[in-house]
Design a protein around this ligand. Structure first.
Ligand code: HEC
Length: 405
């Protein structure tokens, strides 16, 4: 695809995606909050009245009541909340196509590590989204789905298995995004196939005064609980591309699971905060435990640089001279990190991090080491095929103070 067209499509889809996502999550958090803060009425009129709440916003008071209606009470105009979710999913899928699939899968794999080729990876992505939805939906529709604990355990095990698998076949950056897209697909599917149909039948039965399908509404309720817990993990995964130190590394799948568990845990304590007094210490403990686990998983043990790699930097010295580092950078980095890049489409995304001069190399030396040696998330998708020996050499050059001559 023409790189300039790609950039514009990327911007458009991303802009829409973020706005729709904010509206979807914002609505859902607002309604969750409303439900938990309703003032219960003295008389529930046979379970038809759930509560009322007063709100202050935009220069006046809002008086919101949650209740069931009789056919005569049915309002002429009723507002639904569904397009936020559909648009988030659709724009997210367009983004996957623009960023990953239309590029022939170049950014999906790491040629030196992935178990599959870029071309195959392009098919794996959409199949993962569809397959995950089918398995999840069938599981929770089946008789097993009525037994919450075993069905939850199986779902979590499947999600962990998918995470492990995807992290073996895609590079870390693409793997995290695809697990996020997978969970986001489950959330949007829940809205489309369960929550909205259940609301439609509520409206239909209100109009006719008939009974509601208890099964359908129980399923919709369960799916909306799932969505509630998936929100924070998915939001983390959507911003995970900024954290090369998290998605790189051989244990990246564990990092993902720890963060997902931490996010869902925090959501849990937020959910129970109106009825569970020690929610603040519990939430803080969950956050600290998550961050500590992350640190333990991602911080290098001891001196990471040349561990286990036999390298010779050149005759005369033990150190790695500038010209060796320079040769490596020219072979592996300046295709993107240069004022005259040979891969201009990606060079723009490096935001002016150029390695054209010795001074520039010195300026970014610590980050070069971090991204190349510690996190192994540069070169981007290892497009220039950098071997471990060169990573070790570059790391040693940085350790020795990044000499510029
Ligand atoms: C195929 C293009 C490409 C190649 C080759 C490449 N990079 Fe990058 N680099 C990027 C992109 C895109 C970004 C911005 C996105 C990101 O940070 O993941 C980036 C960002 C960076 C950053 C700045 C962000 C930060 O975390 O500090 C550093 C440092 C970096 N790369 C180092 C390197 C080194 C060292 C090499 C060579 C060993 C290299 N890169 C090779 C595309 C590339």
């Amino acid at each position: 695809m023409d790189p300039y067209l790609q950039e514009i499509l990327n911007l458009l889809a991303r802009w829409i995606h973020v706005i729709a996502g904010i509206m979807w999550v914002g609505n859902s958090m607002l309604f969750n909050w409303l439900d938990r803060n309703l003032e219960k009425p003295a008389d529930t009129e046979g379970g038809r009245k759930f509560g009322r709440i007063w709100l202050l916003h935009s220069g006046a008071y809002y008086n919101v009541e949650k209740l069931l209606l009789t056919p005569e009470q049915m309002p002429r105009v009723l507002h639904w909340f569904k397009w936020q979710s559909y648009i988030t999913w659709l724009s997210g899928f367009v983004l996957l196509v623009v960023v990953y699939y239309a590029q022939g899968g170049t950014y999906l794999v790491d040629p030196t590590r992935s178990l599959i080729t870029a071309k195959t990876a392009v098919h794996v992505g959409p199949m993962l989204l569809l397959g995950a939805w089918l398995v999840y939906d069938v599981l929770w529709r089946s008789p097993l789905g009525k037994m919450v604990v075993p069905a939850t355990v199986i779902s979590l095990a499947l999600a962990a298995g998918a995470t492990y698998g995807v992290c073996q076949i895609m590079n870390g950056r693409a793997a995290f995004m695809h697990i996020g897209a997978m969970l986001g697909t489950l959330m949007a599917g829940n809205v489309f196939f369960h929550i909205i149909p259940s609301q439609k039948q509520l409206v239909a039965s209100t109009k006719t005064g008939g009974a509601t399908d208890i099964d359908l509404s129980a399923r919709a309720k369960r799916r909306s609980i799932h969505n509630n817990y998936l929100t924070f993990p998915v939001i983390f995964l959507m911003i995970s591309n900024h954290f090369g130190g998290l998605y790189g590394g051989p244990l990246n799948w564990v990092v993902l699971l720890v963060l997902a568990a931490g996010g869902a845990g925090v959501r849990f304590f937020m959910n129970v905060r109106f009825t569970f007094r020690p929610w603040i210490p519990c939430l803080a403990a969950t956050s600290v435990a998550t961050l500590a686990a992350l640190y333990a998983l991602t911080a290098p043990e001891g001196t990471q640089t040349t561990k286990g790699t036999e390298v010779t930097a050149g005759p005369a010295s033990n150190g790695v001279p500038y010209k060796v580092a320079r040769a490596i950078v020219e072979a592996r980095c300046t295709a993107c990190h240069s004022a005259q890049p040979t891969i201009p489409a990606l060079a723009a995304a490096t935001q002016g991090v150029h390695f054209d001069t010795p001074e520039q190399m010195k300026q970014y030396a610590e980050r070069m080491k971090f991204r190349t040696v510690t996190a192994k998330t540069m070169p981007f998708a290892n497009m220039t095929g950098m071997p471990d020996e060169e990573r070790a050499l570059l790391g040693r050059w940085v350790d020795e103070g990044a000499p510029t001559e």
